[in-house]
Design a protein around this ligand. Sequence first.
Ligand code: UD1
Ligand code: MG
Length: 465
Amino acid sequence: MPRVAIAIMAAGKGTRLKSKHPKVLHEVGGKPLLAHVIAAATQVVPAKDVYAIIGHEADRVRGAVADTGIGFVLQNEQRGTGHAVMVAREALTPYDVVIVLSGDAPLISAQTIEKLREFHGAKAAAMTLLTAKLENPTGYGRIIRQKSGSHNVHAILEQKNLTPAQNKIREVNAGFYAFGVEPLFRHIDKLSTDNPHREFYLTDMAAILGKAKERVVAVEANDPLEVLGGNTRAELVEIDQRIRMAKCQQLMTDGVTIFYPQSCVIDSAVEIGADTVIEPFVQILGNSTVGSDCRIRSYSVIRNSEIGDGVAILPGCVLTDSRVKAGAILGPYSHLRPGSEIGEGAHLGNFVETKKIRLGKGSKANHLTYLGDAEIGDGVNIGAGTITCNYDGVSKYKTIIEDGVFVGSDTTLVAPVRVGKGAYVAAATCVTDDVPADALAVGRARQIVKEGWAKGKREARKKSE
Ligand code: UD1
Ligand code: MG
């Protein structure tokens, strides 16, 4: 078996994006371009045989994908795709075959990389390139076959060098290649910068190897869309939409209703159970999972959260790093910040914000409330406008509310504080001391009534006018 490496060219700046961020870290489908390419590559060869060639903002790029376990090669100066491969010579010499991928073309699949490798092996070629026929080939290198229908390639011509007739060629260079390592490095020094960009073009290897009587062949991708590159903002958005739509189609096939999929943003890793209904303008991001029979209503944004079965998320909820158990009802306009755990059948209503809390089974906080750093038991009722005062300007403290407690409206709980099982807290109480189980806590100024006071005031005002 030949020893196969995969090199991913990812050192370029991405001038056409007009961005301060490196090109391959621009995201489509919720993750960086480069992360998509690495995911496909590591399905074909082990991560230790995958090398990303990095240069522009190398540290940022390396940091973003270091957890994949791949290797890195530094291309300090970015002098073109041919130069990128030149600098990887030392890393690649121990291998027989190198598959070169473009870090800015994220739709490439493991199957297509395998097809490229197999075709290369079967044809005993020195260079095999992947091609595709695109409706609009503008911007891509074009393939000049030796004769039509032949596998053999005469040359790859870059957009800027095309004659008007060549401009009509729809077969493009995908930017994915397989090379025999030995012929590649025996001839790579013949590349020159004699072109409009003054760069070493890897694509010139087709003509160079051809002249040296080495075999250069092309294989067409099964799906031409796999080769799309994200060189401009418009191309990035187009690729993103394709990924999103494919995800929605897959979910629909699996039994999820998505009423207006064009408006929804659902990341690739998200899992959703059957008979869940997603309304327009919903985002479900990161590693979120949603159970079956849920309804996610419009304008909700769910990130890295776990939603159980039969949960209703009413319009405008924002959930981050939270867990919601079966049958709970949230919103409209609930904000679950990291560490919120909402129990089975619990309700969180309008304008309720939570952070780092556990709310027990069947408990309710229906209106205008902040619950942070709190442990709240089962069957608790939290009245409108309740606030856990969890922060003294320096540290955070915990509020504990045991099972069956009734907290009246407009209560403030000054943590650390505990309200015992079955206790009542009267409305508008400021709870500063622990409340024993089954007790009533009232902590508010006693009301006084001044009979006729308002009437007297009105009459006095009238007289003075
Ligand atoms: C390249 C091909 C073109 C092909 C297209 C497919 C060349 C000369 N042209 O054009 O035929 O149709 O891809 O998408 O190769 N890079 C480096 N170091 C460099 C320069 C680039 O690592 O010095 C990386 C870039 O970060 C990018 C990839 O190589 O990920 C391709 O470079 P890019 O500038 O996007 O080439 P294209 O113009 O798209
Ligand atoms: Mg490109």
